[in-house]
Design a protein around this ligand. Structure first.
Ligand SMILES: NC(=O)c1ccc[n+]([C@@H]2O[C@H](COP(=O)([O-])OP(=O)(O)OC[C@H]3O[C@@H](n4cnc5c(N)ncnc54)[C@H](O)[C@@H]3O)[C@@H](O)[C@H]2O)c1
Length: 447
């Protein structure tokens, strides 16, 4: 059996956030500061509250994930990042209105001490925003080099060996992979020649990988999901993961759809509607940015239901996703799902789900888990696409020759078995051993 060597999480871990002044980022930072001060519990975080079974069920051994794998402690995280708004994280958190004033007051100094570096921005990619606090240069290659300098200085200033960069910036307009994205050489030439299909998020990703920093894409932007950048990550021994945090409606979709398939219940239609009033909602009100999000949200059902295998159940359903910008609700998104299904003899039934959630409250713990797991991957010499982190994404990155895994419970098993494997423990298959001892021996499994 292959054994893994994991470097210990010594020293500090640098966390650079793109979109540092956003609602998700400031809610994440506020939470980490409050948890460090014992003012809050890390609710929603797998790395902080999750447990993992080790060994046979009869052994009753369920350590915390954070005690089982060597993760960086929250006290050892150092934060920085970029934005296109010149304000401290405290000002930005107040603007976002996700957290109450009393909660912000107790960590005001910490939030006030963090301010972004100037971002790389092009309004062509985010029509609804204007960037006033941005870098300028001759071409995109020079902009990327400035981002590399930022990462280097941040490392030097804070005496850091390891950095994770995470995109929690706005959703860019929809683009597809083209020739310029196919190889590193084409991409570098494209940056030099200001190719219009190279977006700011791609420049952040390229710069991070060039500096040996793990890169996570929390939005649906194409960004790191192009051959040139994935190949570059493999070449540089750097892990990458994405895309689009799986927080509300899609989280639910990836639980309900596997259930329908498991019980062989058919689907006639699935209408997902949302109202959202924060800045993200405003950005997504632009058709280009919405299309990027829509593609990410739509991809889920087909890959779970596999209409090519279950023609009579899933080959003819109507799937619609709407996001409506509705300012009065702020960050408190409301999602409605109407699901038209059919059962025995084709008799129709309906399922209605109304989720009154809080977007940034759901996304913040995911951000923490992704950062800590990306650092673990970095220290474990895991490079390229990290499919085991699919659990956290709406549209998980995957290798060319496989389909993405969307089923939440398979994703969870995949993640936990990867952690077991990393720690040289046997993966758990949940095989029922009654009467199949022979198979159990053959597969060396536990149950
Ligand atoms: N909250 C959720 O549940 C959720 C789920 C999945 C994905 N996301 C994605 O996470 C991202 C952040 O969401 P949010 O609600 O915090 O949005 P937000 O609008 O509050 O924050 C985005 C921030 O990014 C900054 N920004 C935009 N372009 C930038 C650039 N090129 N460089 C640096 N900074 C830039 C903006 O100024 C803003 O401060 C969005 O892409 C959103 O679609 C959020």
């Amino acid at each position: 059996m292959k054994t893994y060597e994991i470097e210990k999480p010594e020293g500090k871990l640098g966390v650079l956030i793109v979109g540092l002044n956003g609602a998700v980022s400031t809610t994440f930072l506020a939470g980490v500061f409050a948890i460090r001060k014992n003012l809050a519990h890390p609710v929603g975080s797998l790395t902080q509250l999750g447990k993992i079974r080790i060994g046979k069920r009869s052994e009753n051994n369920f350590p915390f994930v954070k005690d089982f794998v060597p993760l960086t402690s929250l006290d050892d995280l150092v934060f920085g990042g970029w934005d296109i708004r010149d304000e401290t994280c405290l000002e930005a958190a107040k603007y976002a209105k996700v957290l109450d004033e009393k909660d912000l007051n107790s960590i005001a100094d910490e939030l006030n001490s963090i301010k972004p570096m100037r971002g790389v921005f092009d309004q062509k990619f985010v029509k609804r925003l204007e960037g006033h606090y941005i870098k300028s240069a001759e071409n995109k290659y020079e902009l990327m080099m400035q981002l590399r300098e930022d990462i280097k200085s941040f490392k030097e200033l804070n005496s850091l060996d390891r950095v994770v960069v995470i995109w929690a910036g706005s959703t860019e307009t929809f683009i597809e992979q083209k020739e310029v994205h196919s190889t590193k050489e084409n991409f570098i030439n494209g940056m030099v020649n200001n190719d219009p299909d190279i977006s700011p998020s791609m420049l952040y990703a390229f710069a991070s990988i060039a500096e040996g920093a793990a890169y996570i894409n929390g939005s649906p932007n194409l960004s790191v999901d192009i051959s040139a950048i994935v190949d570059f990550a493999n070449e540089m021994n750097v892990p990458v993961a994405g895309k689009d945090f799986k927080t509300g409606q899609t989280l639910i979709k990836t639980v309900i759809a596997p259930m329908l398939k498991m019980r062989l219940l058919g689907l006639n239609g699935w209408f997902s509607n949302n109202i959202l009033g924060n800045r993200d909602g405003e950005v997504l009100d632009d058709p280009g940015s919405f299309k990027t999000k829509e593609e990410s949200k739509l991809s889920v059902l087909n890959s779970i239901l596999q209409p090519e295998l279950y023609e009579e159940l899933y080959s003819d359903y109507y799937h619609k996703v709407r996001i409506n910008y509705y300012p009065p609700r702020g960050d408190n998104k409301e999602g409605w799902d109407n699901i038209d299904i059919f059962g025995w003899l084709g008799y129709p039934m309906e399922l209605k789900i109304n989720f009154l959630c809080r977007d940034s409250i759901l996304a913040a713990p995911i951000m923490l888990d992704l950062i800590l797991f990306a650092d673990l991957a970095l220290r474990s010499n895991m490079k390229g696409i990290q499919e085991w982190m699919s659990l956290f994404f709406k549209s998980p990155m995957h290798s060319e020759n496989v389909v993405p895994e969307h089923d939440l419970f398979i994703q969870s098993m995949k993640l936990k078995n990867t952690l077991r494997k990393l720690m040289n423990e046997t993966p758990i298959t949940h095989l029922d051993t009654n009467g199949v001892e022979q198979i159990v021996e053959e597969y060396d499994c536990y149950e």
